[in-house]
Design a binder for this molecule. Structure first.
Ligand SMILES: C[S@@+](CC[C@H](N)C(=O)[O-])C[C@H]1O[C@@H](n2cnc3c(N)ncnc32)[C@H](O)[C@@H]1O
Length: 436
């Protein structure tokens, strides 16, 4: 048996993720926790897993002409991981890439496998890199360049146009900004900035959301402020959801699909330990995650329980949040496998579920009360189509206009794309029940 090495672990993670058995972020966290690996190796492992996943379609296109025989799935994954190092990493010498791949192949299979890997990689590395010139159609070209399946590329071009889609796909191959939300029930924003700076972080205040800070430095999860619950890691686009819901102090809030509790906690912080936030999720094990966060942040205005949001809630509330289960294409830069494992059929069945949850949750909005519907996707079907279908069937509701932070104009819906704030793609809309 081979002794632990970074590429071996990276390939095992790629196997699990690309066969749909695990999520990249969770697998990576496990590997980093379990193995005695150095800081440098953690960096390389992360780069290999995320880089290969992010650029899977591009890498397959580049190496495909050199594969003449039928290969097993893991061999193809080993080849694209090796191709990633050759094309995108400067510091790894070609002979090291080939040796490592051959050793893994020997360890996994017979000599024949390792010889095939050796021959393919040698051939690939000594030939000119394949260009996109031979592809005639813009959508196909972009699908390969941005490593996004063709059906999605076509969808997005139809909805957002070619330029915006290209910008989004290419930006999604790079890391987003790291932003944190200050727990203003425990520390002032000025004090949080001062303490972060004294801990070595470069901090920038966000221009739209007061409690949002952009930080650069060591992983924040190791910092005292994070560990003590004085701040939470949250993407800027995601923070807009609670900001747009904008619950008043002493009000009541229902959060229907709330795990792991990012927005629940944001809402509870905005209400400054007053009022009542009832947070539900369908999965019992996920309720533990919300409870953990509430406890860590020391929030005392939240209760949690298991509940299926398609089934009636027993109370009415001033504010309701439906942060619906969705395809998640808005977070493809954080979970790249999302791009490859969803189909148009999944999107359609999500639309049914989302509409059902929205219909049911709306019954818990008190007269004059407001409901925010949000998703972390950019699929029109799961966003505009859900809310317009709902409003058509429920005339007692209407849009509650809010400010589009990008234009400072009132809007009914907000579709944030990654390029808007170098953050996640999110959809947010607000509706209100008309007064009786
Ligand atoms: C987008 S995530 C919510 C993220 C959360 N609001 C946050 O900010 O941390 C959607 C959640 O909906 C939950 N969910 C899926 N189907 C559900 C249902 N029928 N009823 C309630 N929750 C559901 C999932 O378990 C998942 O935790």
């Amino acid at each position: 048996m081979m002794k632990f090495n970074v590429r071996y672990v990276a390939l095992t993670i790629l196997d699990d993720v690309l066969t749909g058995e695990a999520y990249s972020n969770l697998q990576l966290n496990e590997a980093i926790k379990n193995e005695a690996i150095s800081k440098k190796d953690v960096g390389l492992l992360t780069e290999l897993v995320y880089g290969t996943l992010q650029r899977k379609i591009t890498l397959e296109y580049l190496i495909e002409p050199f594969i003449q025989t039928q290969l097993k799935g893991w061999m193809k994954r080993l080849l694209i991981m090796s191709a990633y190092q050759f094309v995108y990493l400067d510091k790894v010498p070609n002979h090291a890439i080939i040796n490592e791949a051959v050793n893994i192949a020997k360890d996994r299979g017979d000599l024949h496998n390792s010889k095939a890997i050796n021959a393919i990689l040698r051939n690939f590395m000594s030939s000119p890199l394949r260009t996109l010139d031979e592809i005639k159609h813009d959508d196909k070209k972009l699908s390969i360049e941005g490593s996004v399946p063709l059906w999605l590329t076509k969808h997005w071009i139809t909805h957002f146009g070619y330029e915006k889609t290209r910008e989004m796909c290419l930006l999604s191959l790079t890391p987003p900004d790291t932003t944190v939300r200050v727990n203003t029930t425990r520390i002032s924003i000025d004090d949080a900035v001062e303490r972060l700076e004294s801990n070595g972080y470069t901090v920038q205040m966000d221009k739209d959301i007061e409690r949002c800070l952009h930080i650069k430095g060591e992983p924040i999860v190791n910092d005292r402020l994070f560990k003590d619950g004085l701040l939470s890691v949250q993407d800027k686009s995601s923070m807009f959801v609670a900001e747009i819901l904008n619950p008043k102090e002493n009000s009541t809030v229902l959060d229907t699909c709330s795990a792991p509790g990012g927005k629940t906690c944001h809402i509870a912080e905005m209400m400054n330990q007053t009022g009542q936030v009832d947070a539900y999720d369908i999965y019992p094990h996920k309720i533990d995650l919300i409870d953990f966060n509430i406890k860590k942040l020391r929030l005392n205005n939240v209760t949690t329980d298991v509940h299926d949001a398609t089934q009636p809630f027993d109370k009415t509330y001033d504010y309701v949040l439906v942060d619906a289960p969705c395809s998640g294409f808005g977070v493809m830069r954080r979970k790249p496998e999302i791009k490859y494992d969803k189909t148009a059929k999944d999107v359609e069945s999500l639309w049914h579920l989302q509409l059902k949850i929205l219909e049911n949750a709306s019954k818990s909005v008190a007269p004059g009360g407001e409901l925010v519907y949000s998703t972390c996707t950019i699929e029109q079907m799961e966003n505009e189509n859900v809310v317009y279908s709902f409003l058509k069937a429920n005339p007692e509701f209407e849009f509650a206009l809010f400010n589009d932070p990008r234009t400072n104009q009132e809007t009914k819906t907000l579709q944030l794309l990654p390029q808007d704030y170098n953050s996640d793609g999110f959809f947010i809309t607000k509706i209100k029940r008309k007064e009786r």
